[in-house]
Design a protein around this ligand. Structure first.
Ligand code: FPP
Length: 241
């Protein structure tokens, strides 16, 4: 069977792809199952898309796995998501190593349960030397949280005389974000039909191409991912010029 993968121009890949993984709950409901069933199948999509990104040679893949607002979900669902995360990291660390994938996190990870935070930090440390794909998990992340933090730190540094107000450039602001070591996304994908950004990487997506699909996240696998990249490659990026 032919794949859209063959149509992708490997010389013009997006360097950084960010994804708002949405629709796990709706996918499960359509099947008459509990929401957690959707999240479990969502982990399979995480695996498939990560492999596809690494295989193509994409350098950064950021996944919105848990937002600051998601803490407001029922405790049962939050606990299940945290357990899924621990399980997935435990199971997948050897695969990350084998495929030269480095794990990074962005967000307020101090809010995560101890067990989850520890697994994440262990995996981050173990994979720190890998030079292929960087898989960035946004956890307890929201863009306004990040911008507020950055602003507080900049204000404190101005107050201490470390920087002058006139030194505050776009580059300086970027260097105070949790994404400081990561280039801005070129392509942002959101699944499941919602056409909004939901407090994700607001500063970083200034010139990003947006791609929305009705497919729920658990059904978003390699071919859908390749289609999103083909759409990106069909666009004329002018960066405001
Ligand atoms: C959105 O669907 C999905 C989430 C809030 C969680 C996504 C998390 C995973 C797929 C597991 C994370 C695992 C790894 C390894 C990163 P939703 O619950 O908002 O769906 P709905 O909008 O249909 O209710």
């Amino acid at each position: 069977m032919s794949s859209n993968k063959d149509k992708i121009d490997k010389e013009r890949l997006p360097v950084h792809i960010a994804i708002i993984m949405d629709g796990n709950g709706r996918w499960a409901k359509e099947k008459g199952e509990a929401r957690v069933f959707g999240h479990k199948n969502g982990v399979e999509s995480v695996r498939a898309v990560t492999e596809a990104a690494a295989g193509l040679g994409v350098k950064y893949l950021t996944l919105y796995a848990f937002s600051t607002e998601n803490w407001g979900r029922p405790a049962e669902e939050v606990d299940a998501l945290m357990d899924l995360l621990v399980d997935a990291i435990e199971k997948e660390t050897p695969t990350l190593q084998k495929n030269n994938i480095r794990l990074l996190t962005i967000g307020d990870i101090n809010r995560l349960p101890e067990k989850t935070r520890k697994k994440l930090l262990d995996c981050t440390e173990q994979t720190a030397g890998n030079t292929g794909l960087s898989l960035v998990l946004a956890l307890s992340y929201s863009s306004r949280w990040e911008i507020r933090n950055a602003t507080q730190k900049i204000a404190a540094d101005v107050k201490e005389g470390k920087i002058n107000p006139g030194d505050i450039t776009d580059e300086l602001i970027s260097s105070y974000m949790t994404t400081r070591s990561i280039p801005d996304p070129d392509l942002l994908i959101r699944t499941s039909g919602e056409i909004r950004i939901s407090n994700f990487l607001l500063w970083q997506i200034a010139y990003c191409e947006l791609y929305f699909t009705h497919t729920h996240w658990p059904d978003f696998r390699e071919e859908e991912f390749f289609n999103a990249i083909l759409s990106f490659q069909s666009r004329d990026r002018r960066f405001g010029k």
